[in-house]
Design a protein around this ligand. Sequence first.
Ligand code: SAM
Ligand code: FES
Length: 350
Amino acid sequence: MNTIVTDVIQKLISGHRLSIEEFKVLIDNNCEELRRELALKADSLRKNIFGNHIYIRGLIEFTNHCKNNCYYCGIRAGNGNIVRYRLSKEDILDCCKQGYSLGFRTFVLQGGEDSYYDDDRMEEIVSAIHSSFPDCAITLSLGERSYDSYLRLYKAGAERYLLREETSNEAHYKKLHPESMSFSNRMECLENLKEIGYQTGCGFMVGSPFQTTENIAQDLAFIQDFKPHMVGIGPYITHADTPFANMQNGTLEDTLLLISILRLINPRLLIPATTSLGTIHPLGREMGIKAGANVVMPNLSPISVRKKYMLYDNKICTGDESAECITCINTRMESIGYKVITDRGDFPFK
Ligand code: SAM
Ligand code: FES
């Protein structure tokens, strides 16, 4: 590695902060040696705070209806080739009950932007989970809603919210989304979530169409300033029934490098080793953990709907074998020296 790269690494390790130009140096020089060095540092920083513990979140994909038409997403409104579904409050509570008995203490409700789940319905669902499982954290990932809606759901018992910015560059955002979607609104939603008091997660797809090195560096700089509690990144993977069907997938190598950089930006961050990372490579999630991730999100959705929440082609954990998700994750984590723990796994506030 040349001295410019070595200097940038030292600066990141000592100050947990870089300029956009410096982030670009790391991204442009991505190689095995650099990834190994950053992963070693990221892993040791993470171990200082979290030991070898890995948090699990039970993911409940409760609706694949969506009013949006993000060009990359398999459940976009314009995809007429999928069977749509919605889970009832009872279905969702059943998923939580099953998850609770398996040791989950965080439930993540994720879905498309589906107006059927208006504030009254969502509030009822969140309140029901909160009162049935008072020792569990509720995370929502429902896309963009109003300040008042976020506030109501927070008061009903949801404490965390995941909303990826997808890109922090407006011109790039416009290449990924139709005119009807607004970059500034997405950013405002993130600010609102944080202001209300949610543990807030942002993030982006690695290698999304038209993404440049500059865009990724801008995202890292945004994350530095926004100071989220969680950051979800995973490779972009193409879906045959979207306008981006012929685009290239993001890479394992870029995602691993970026996970390590995120850990070095903030050692306390909650960073999932995502399903898309496990889809791009059979051992992607294990490699993500070794690079600095500390969360996995096994699927708790009913087996009957899993294939219908197909965000991208070949998504893993959607077949019959997925009933065993948690056993599979435990074994995978133990095989690399980590331990899945049943804990709410909150952000470690100082
Ligand atoms: N509707 C909510 C929202 O917009 O935040 C949550 C659901 S959305 C499907 C969850 C995430 O899936 C998105 O933030 C996006 O980054 C990711 N995603 C969608 N399509 C993808 C693809 N083709 N490859 C990888 N990730 C994808
Ligand atoms: Fe709405 Fe993907 S387009 S969830």
